[in-house]
Design a protein around this ligand. Structure first.
Ligand code: ZN
Length: 303
């Protein structure tokens, strides 16, 4: 079961100097490509994984020679979401330099969880959404929950025919992932269906709804993504920045950012609720049995 942690002294901060779960490369002039490289877990995201990814995005953002950033994934699946099996995830927040302005990562009550999620979940995803350069996600296989929080912040998405997109969090008693962008991705009615049913959205449905730009055979994903990246990279870096800021700003003028903060606070209420009921961040009765076993959670009627 979920065990509370002790306050720990802030340790020496571990700036990301080398990558374990991420690969960074510049396949062509003007294009940076970031690989999610933890295929043995279907690119599950723990604290180090997310700080490495953030460092990779920062490297590409700050490099004046880079005009377009590609986010791709090694292995069968784009990402299985947050790594629920990570140990000591609150203490782990003290291992890296904080990017946002929050603190209290190992405090009692709701404060620690909220601070962690403000920093590495909604905080990182919003930060990547607003990088002033075009970003393109190349998605194959499953993209689940936290996986959406890597693909959705990108400006363009190219998916393979077998790609699928799922937010199953309502099954676990939570109203949606922390980066609550569903409405802006697929419209209100489909967003509700995704959330209420936990059903996967197919690549073809995502294309029809405008959530992805292209659907291609799996073997064509890398080249199709580079073709798109080359077209963008041929344009003025400053013009690309202005076009992106204009569209992102229009979404926020429609209330996107305020609505997302509202949903994020409800998400925190859900965590606090389930901590009181089950001493766990979500409703374990909705988790697959294998996941419960892996986490060492036993329900009342389970031996
Ligand atoms: Zn959460």
């Amino acid at each position: 079961m979920y065990a509370f942690f002790n306050r720990t002294e802030r340790r020496t901060l571990n700036a990301i100097n080398e990558f374990t779960f991420i690969q960074y490369e510049t396949p062509e002039a003007g294009i940076a490509r970031i690989w999610l490289n933890r295929p043995e877990t279907a690119n599950a995201q723990d604290t180090r994984f997310l700080y490495e990814l953030n460092a990779a995005f920062d490297r590409a953002a700050h490099d004046e020679n880079i005009r377009v950033i590609v986010l791709a994934a090694r292995g069968r699946h784009f990402s299985s979401g947050h790594d629920l099996g990570e140990k000591n995830w609150h203490a782990a927040m003290h291992d890296y330099p904080t990017v946002g302005t929050m603190c209290g990562f190992t405090c009692a009550g709701a404060e620690a969880q909220m601070a962690r999620e403000e920093e590495i979940y909604i905080g990182f995803s919003e930060r990547w959404r607003n990088i002033p350069k075009p970003t393109i996600a190349a998605v194959q296989g499953k993209c689940i929950a936290g996986g959406l929080m890597l693909a959705w912040p990108c400006d363009l998405i190219i998916a393979t025919e077998d790609a699928s997109f799922t937010d199953p969090t309502v099954s676990f008693g939570v109203g949606g992932v922390e980066f609550f962008n569903h409405l802006w991705e697929v419209g209100a009615r489909k967003a509700k269906e995704m959330l209420f049913t936990s059903d996967a959205l197919s690549a073809q449905d995502a294309l029809r709804l405008g959530m992805v730009n292209q659907v291609v055979p799996r073997e064509a994903l890398e080249e199709a993504t580079l073709v798109m990246a080359r077209k963008c990279a041929a344009k003025s870096r400053f013009a690309l920045k202005m076009a992106k800021k204009a569209i992102n700003g229009a979404q926020d003028a429609q209330g996107r950012d305020v609505a997302m903060q509202n949903a994020f606070h409800l998400h925190q209420l859900a965590h606090t609720h389930w901590l009181k009921v089950y001493d766990f961040l979500m409703d374990p009765t909705g988790l697959p049995e294998a996941t419960r076993k892996a986490l060492g959670i036993k329900l009342g009627d389970e031996a």
